[in-house]
Each structure stands twice: as structure tokens, then as C-alpha cells.
Design a protein around this ligand. Structure first.
Ligand SMILES: [Zn+2]
Length: 306
């Protein structure tokens, strides 16, 4: 692993120092529209229905046998599919990597749990971690375009600049993917894209994918694994009530030098959040499994978040 590639640290620190509170990832502009617009539940303080934490699993509190958890498919014949008996699908997504410290850990957990996810890859990080890009693809996960630079000053300058950065990412990714990756997630979230951006992207064939559930692991004040789990439980409750398909935002994180993080700094919080995400992930996966969800990878047919 390329721990010695410190230059990334300098730009990473600049970005991190300006991170604003958001469910999405922040760039150097630091002017992220809070993604809570897309996930209004993130601002609520209502307690989750279940206690949170790593130990939350489908285990009984006493000695009763664990319930057999099955998808709620109902008894209706297949041709009568309704929102009530359709297959439930969840998309787990990880933004900003590959990251030499955390992406491998995420992949290990996904493999252990036997589920798939999608990585929203930043080109400059893909170039630093080609083995992780290969591993993501070899293990059957999805890969989407999260721009080359992830630099708000570059990508949000104009629609042309945005598509050029997506194109640049495709140049970096094509040795691995063979074909351009047209499904993308806008840094900061789709709400960052104005009309002219959307028109340009649509004309170029790019397909935007947002999210409707967030662990809020971009909070520069830091989040614990329990908080991340609770955030997901709360958002999932809303998504299920609104009969949306859950698309979960988490971060494996941009490439950075963890050894340089000073306690109490935004960088340290950023790193701690990645560690919280790793710790929360097994319980998050178990949550969706216990509800009968199938884990799918993002593609051009992924339904809109909202
Ligand atoms: Zn991002």
C-alpha cells in the first residue's frame, strides 16, 4: 500500500478543513448544500425504533430461538405484484475512495457477509489504488463515477467543466472497466446540479444517482458507530413509509495519510468517521438482511432516490 504518498494529504487537509455538515461529501468550496434536503429525516431527532449499536442483531433478548426472518413476499400470485409484495432491494454505496486504509476493510466485511455494494470512485484515488479498483470489480461490486478531482472549484465552475471531470475519471477507470462509467454521483449530492448541468449531463448520457439514507459519516464533529446505525435506522423508516428503494450513503473516504491526523482536527474526525463506518457496517448489513432486503449494485436502472 502506498502510505508514502503524502502529497495527497495536503490537498486532503484543505478539503477536510472546510467540510461542512452534510450527509454527502464535501469539497474545497465548502459550500455544500446540506444533503438533508434530500434526506429530511437526517434533521429529525426522533429516536430509532430499535436500540443501536454493533450488537444489534436479530438475536432474542432471552433464550427463545431467533426468529426466522424471511422477505415479506405475501401470498399473492406473482402476476399480481404490488408494492407490498415486490422484491425489496437495497443499494449500499461508498463514496470518495478507493482509500488504502479503509476500502479493503469495507470489502472484507462485504465478503464476510456475502453482500454486494457500489463504490463511487474518485479518479485521482483510483490512480493511487489500482489494486483496490481491481478488487472491487473482481468481487462483483458496482463502480460508479464520482468525478476525477472531487474539487468543487473545478467541477461546479460550469456544466462543461463537470462533464470534463467525469470524462477524465473515465480515462482513469477505463483500463479496469473497459467501458466508460456513465452512472455517476455528484459530489455533494444531486441537488448541487443546476438545470444547465443536468441538461448537459443528460445530453452526454450521464446518469445521476443520489441517496435517500445516510449514515452522516461526513459530520466533521465526528460520529460514533451507534450514531451511524441510528441515522440509517431513522432514514430507512422514512424511506419504507414513502415506499422508496433504499440507497444508503456511506464513505470509504478519500485517499489521505492517517498518520498525520492530529487529535481534534477535522482530518482526525474524518478518519474516526471512516472507522465508525467500518464498525457499524456489519450491523447495518444485518439490519437490511433481517428485513428481507436483497443487496443490489447501482446501475443505469437503479430507481431514483426520490
Ligand atoms: Zn464525495
Amino acid at each position: 500500500m502506498k502510505f508514502s504518498r503524502i502529497p495527497a494529504f495536503a490537498s486532503g487537509l484543505l478539503a477536510l478543513a472546510l467540510i461542512t455538515f452534510t450527509g454527502g461529501c464535501a469539497g474545497p468550496a465548502g459550500s455544500v448544500t446540506p444533503s438533508v434536503q434530500a434526506t429530511p429525516a437526517a434533521q429529525t431527532s426522533s429516536p430509532p425504533e430499535k436500540p443501536a449499536g454493533q450488537t444489534v442483531k436479530a438475536e432474542p433478548a432471552d433464550n427463545k430461538p431467533a426468529p426466522v426472518l424471511k422477505p415479506q413476499l405475501g401470498a399473492a400470485p406473482a402476476e399480481g405484484k404490488t408494492p407490498e409484495n415486490r422484491e425489496q432491494v437495497v443499494y449500499l454505496t461508498f463514496d470518495d475512495g478507493p482509500n488504502s486504509f479503509f476500502t479493503g476493510k469495507v470489502l472484507d466485511i462485504l465478503a464476510e457477509k456475502g453482500v454486494k455494494a457500489t463504490f463511487m470512485v474518485v479518479g485521482k484515488n483510483a490512480e493511487k489504488n489500482p489494486d483496490l479498483v481491481k478488487r472491487i470489480l473482481a468481487e462483483g461490486h458496482g463502480l460508479a463515477n464520482h468525478t476525477y478531482s472531487h474539487d468543487y472549484n473545478i467541477i461546479y465552475k460550469s456544466p462543461e467543466a463537470f462533464t470534463a471531470d467525469l470524462d477524465k475519471n473515465n480515462k482513469a477507470l477505463i483500463p479496469f472497466t473497459a467501458e466508460p462509467v456513465m452512472v455517476f454521483r455528484a459530489p455533494g449530492g444531486p441537488q448541487k446540479l443546476g438545470y444547465s448541468f443536468k441538461e448537459k449531463l443528460r445530453a452526454r448520457g450521464y446518469i445521476s444517482v443520489g441517496w435517500n439514507i445516510t449514515s452522516v459519516d461526513s459530520d466533521p464533529h465526528g460520529v460514533s458507530p451507534e450514531q451511524e446505525y441510528n441515522n440509517i435506522v431513522r432514514d430507512l423508516d422514512r424511506v419504507e413509509r414513502l415506499k422508496r428503494t433504499p440507497i444508503v450513503l456511506m464513505h470509504d473516504g478519500t485517499q489521505l495519510a492517517t498518520s498525520e491526523a492530529k487529535p481534534g482536527t477535522p482530518l482526525a474526525a474524518y478518519i474516526n468517521n471512516r472507522e465508525s463506518t467500518i464498525k457499524a457496517l456489519p450491523a447495518v448489513i444485518d439490519l437490511f438482511k433481517s428485513k428481507g432486503y436483497r443487496f443490489a449494485v447501482v446501475d443505469a436502472h437503479t430507481p431514483p432516490a426520490w
